[in-house]
Design a protein. Structure first.
Length: 420
């Protein structure tokens, strides 16, 4: 997703993870007054011990303790830059830390809480990739087979493989560039619309490819629409059933749903607010939407607890056989600090630590969900606004605060823009 500043030339969609616009603003130096819009809560509690380690033994450098004060400053800065609220949850070898600031609902002024559900945008892509890799484990899919082997005639270029789709190297144009060339009008045009997968693919195929198959990395939501089609064709069932049977139920995720095309988020949830193109224009409540334009590329709903559980399990080898796990983690560099595997990002932080996960941007919500490479420390951070480049850049600082510890403040003084 290409993420604009508050006065964007282009608004776009989910998950590209690039923060355009101003660099990270100076962090606030003092604690805000304890009003619902500004109150900050930090909680640390004991949690059940993580499940026994799998046969796969991941190695990761010893990490310093998370810097919760730095994390709190990151969230406060995001709110100062225009997010109504922000939250973070850290799961660290059985200990849980929670930080919140601001409000989950502008209308009622209800305070932000880490237990709320929210739209996770392109974090959905990792779920979709895991399902397809499980199907590969079962011998029902070959990663280097052309997509058209399983979906005859879908793509005009018969060279495009499943692996290229999952790694954003297919060259398929991102149709969301057209849908959201203007932020609010584009969103309102599709807020209640229901697309089929093939309609979305056809929107992409109106354009020439961005590159030859395999020639370059080019992030495109079209790739994971194709992934959804593959899941449904190979399983004979909706993607919602695949997510439920293969990930949600086995991991005991209580807040994770794929409700498309329903417009509502079940249960207690954080409202999401879209930042318009025009500077100073009021935020638009984007909570209720079909997310049909995203589907298997970005329509899932979850919570901080569930995302931490998912990414920890994934890094610990609990969802894939070792050979397929190796395929997932076959990263290729896309910038100096970011590499992409199959539906999974690796980020190199300022302290030299690498973390795995994904970003998620969907109208109203900006999410970072990452884990240490051994799955023992996980972070989910959320700001309930989107299309605000300053907020997205700021939220990137949560990774340094949690995984680099006390070195985080030095890193955040000269922040790096997150790469796609």
């Amino acid at each position: 997703m290409r993420t604009p500043t508050r006065t964007p030339a282009r608004t776009a969609t989910i998950g590209r993870g690039t923060a355009l616009g101003a660099a990270l603003l100076c962090l606030l130096a003092s604690t805000a007054q304890a009003t619902p819009a500004q109150a900050i809560s930090t909680q640390t509690a004991s949690a059940p011990a993580p499940p026994p380690a799998p046969a796969r033994v991941a190695t990761a450098p010893a990490l310093p303790a998370p810097d919760l004060a730095a994390l709190r400053r990151v969230l406060r800065t995001a709110v100062a830059q225009g997010a109504p609220g922000a939250l973070a949850r850290v799961d660290d070898r059985g200990a849980v830390s929670k930080v919140t600031v601001g409000v989950a609902d502008k209308a009622t002024r209800r305070a932000m809480t880490t237990t709320d559900r929210f739209r996770i945008g392109s974090v959905t892509k990792t779920f979709s990739a895991v399902v397809l890799l499980q199907l590969a484990d079962e011998g029902r899919l070959r990663l280097d087979a052309p997509v058209n082997t399983y979906l005859p005639g879908l793509l005009p270029d018969r060279r495009i493989t499943v692996r290229q789709v999952l790694g954003h190297r297919s060259g398929l144009y991102d149709y969301t560039e057209d849908l959201f060339a203007r932020t609010v009008p584009g969103f309102e045009a599709v807020r209640n619309k229901v697309f089929t997968y093939r309609q979305l693919v056809q929107l992409s195929l109106r354009h020439r490819p961005t590159n030859a198959p395999g020639a370059a990395y080019s992030y495109s939501n079209t790739n994971f629409v194709v992934a959804g089609l593959l899941i449904e064709k190979l399983t004979g069932r909706p993607v919602a059933t695949a997510y439920q049977d293969r990930i949600i139920r086995p991991l005991g995720l209580r807040d994770t749903f794929y409700v498309h095309p329903r417009t509502t988020i079940p249960g207690a949830h954080t409202h999401g607010y879209l930042t318009p193109d025009r500077a100073g224009a009021p935020l638009v409540d984007a909570t209720e939407q079909t997310a049909s334009w995203a589907q298997s590329a970005g329509a899932m709903i979850s919570s901080a607890r569930d995302l931490n559980t998912f990414f920890s399990a994934l890094a610990r080898g609990k969802l894939l056989a070792p050979a397929r796990q190796a395929q997932l983690e076959r990263f290729r560099q896309v910038s100096s600090t970011t590499a992409y595997g199959l539906g999974l990002r690796r980020r190199l932080l300022s302290c030299g630590v690498s973390v795995y996960g994904h970003t998620g941007l969907v109208q109203g919500y900006s999410t970072y969900a990452f884990t240490s490479t051994d799955g023992r420390r996980t972070l989910t951070a959320l700001a309930n606004t989107s299309n605000n480049g300053a907020v997205l850049t700021t939220l990137y600082g949560s990774l340094d605060a949690v995984f680099c510890g006390r070195s985080a403040d030095r890193a955040m003084a000269t922040p790096q823009r997150p790469a796609p």
